[in-house]
Write a protein that binds this ligand. Structure first.
Ligand SMILES: [Zn+2]
Length: 354
């Protein structure tokens, strides 16, 4: 179970990381310009850690449904719960309280479960994490899953009985990997897995599906033999994701502050991209003399509430069950850049009258 959250922790998700890099890139440019002057480092004042606040929210924000911000930096208003039991699914790891999503995502998971059972010979979905009741960063696992548009679905078929709460905590998912780590294990990987993933990719609302490179390879091979139109483009290789696949839907209508990810690459990801991924995940030969353990890197500080979109403050404080949010710290006044012309001072009385 821990393995699964760790795997998903890696799933900043390809698209997410690209967009984040773009944001970081912009920040770096300003750093270069400012780097000429030696600046005395002041201790950085950090607001409250967003993951503590969002992790404490037990109920959704009673607001209209809205995904706010980016998949890896945002929150969710008006979340819907995926019922823990359905005619073709069971939610797992109930203690985490992460069966919440944008209503569009919840509807999509339910539809996939029903259709895969009816048409693909898939006995039902075991559903892992969606989002927290108000989205946002989490105390453990996942960099994404913050805006209610990401869902993890196990590659283990659902058993034909209702699992107890205890079993839903303890049951381990099955890895699809063969011993070589670059192909799927034919003892566990089946044509029904292919049909399930093909169906998930067929839905218009689904923008990306992340799977392990070995699974992507199996799907590319299946797609090549398929007489229907190619369908693997949305399914992209990524780290982890050999116990579950990760479905991501696009920003829904009515979510004006939802930030889209980079558009999908034009190719199907079965060529050079897959070759590179397989080389990355192929186990490296062990050195004869063991290398000394690497120095542990200092933990990266989590996102603060101030780093999330401003509307996430409202999402947190909305309703009677809202977790207590500390008052907003005073905003530090930034000096205008030297080159910028100072705006003319507004008459004091006029601005006070507004
Ligand atoms: Zn995930």
């Amino acid at each position: 179970m821990r393995l699964i959250s760790l795997l998903c922790a890696l799933s900043v998700a390809a698209g997410a990381s690209v967009a984040l890099k773009a944001q970081e890139g912009e920040a770096d440019l300003t750093k270069t310009a400012a780097a000429k002057k030696p600046v005395k480092k002041k201790p950085i004042k950090r607001g409250p850690e967003a993951r503590q606040l969002f992790g404490a929210a037990k109920t959704p924000a009673p607001m209209a449904a809205r995904a706010i911000g980016f998949y890896a930096k945002g929150c969710l208003a008006g979340a819907a719960a995926l019922p823990i039991d359905g005619p073709a699914w069971q939610a797992m790891r109930l203690s985490r309280n992460r069966n919440w999503g944008h209503p569009k995502l919840v509807a999509l998971v339910e539809k996939l479960a029903l259709e895969a059972k009816e048409k693909d010979g898939w006995p039902g979905l075991l559903v892992g994490d969606l989002s927290q009741p108000r989205g946002g960063p989490m105390l453990t696992g996942h960099a994404s899953h913050q805006v209610g548009l990401d869902a993890d679905i196990w590659l283990t078929p659902m058993p034909d009985r209702r699992l107890s709460e205890r079993e839903r905590e303890d049951l381990s998912a099955t890895s699809m990997l063969a011993a070589d780590q670059v192909s799927v294990d034919p003892n566990v990987w089946t044509d029904a897995h292919v049909r399930l993933l093909k169906r998930a990719a067929s839905y218009g609302g689904v923008e990306r599906i992340f799977v392990h490179p070995a699974i992507k390879k199996a799907l590319c091979e299946a797609d090549a033999k398929d007489t229907e139109a190619p369908w693997t483009r949305k399914i992209r290789a990524y780290w982890g994701h050999h116990y579950h696949f990760h479905v991501r839907i696009a920003c829904p209508e009515g979510s004006g502050n939802c930030e889209a990810q980079q558009p999908l690459a034009a190719d199907d990801g079965c060529g050079d991209e897959l070759t590179r991924w397989l080389a990355l995940v192929k186990p490296k030969p062990q050195p004869v003399t063991p290398t000394p353990p690497a120095k542990p890197r200092p933990a990266k500080p989590g996102l603060t509430l101030d780093q999330l979109p401003a509307d996430c403050r409202t999402v947190l404080s909305s309703g009677t069950d809202a977790p207590v949010v500390a008052a907003k710290p005073p905003v530090a006044v930034k000096a205008p850049p030297a080159a910028a012309k100072a705006p003319p001072a507004a008459p004091k009385k006029a601005s006070a009258a507004k």
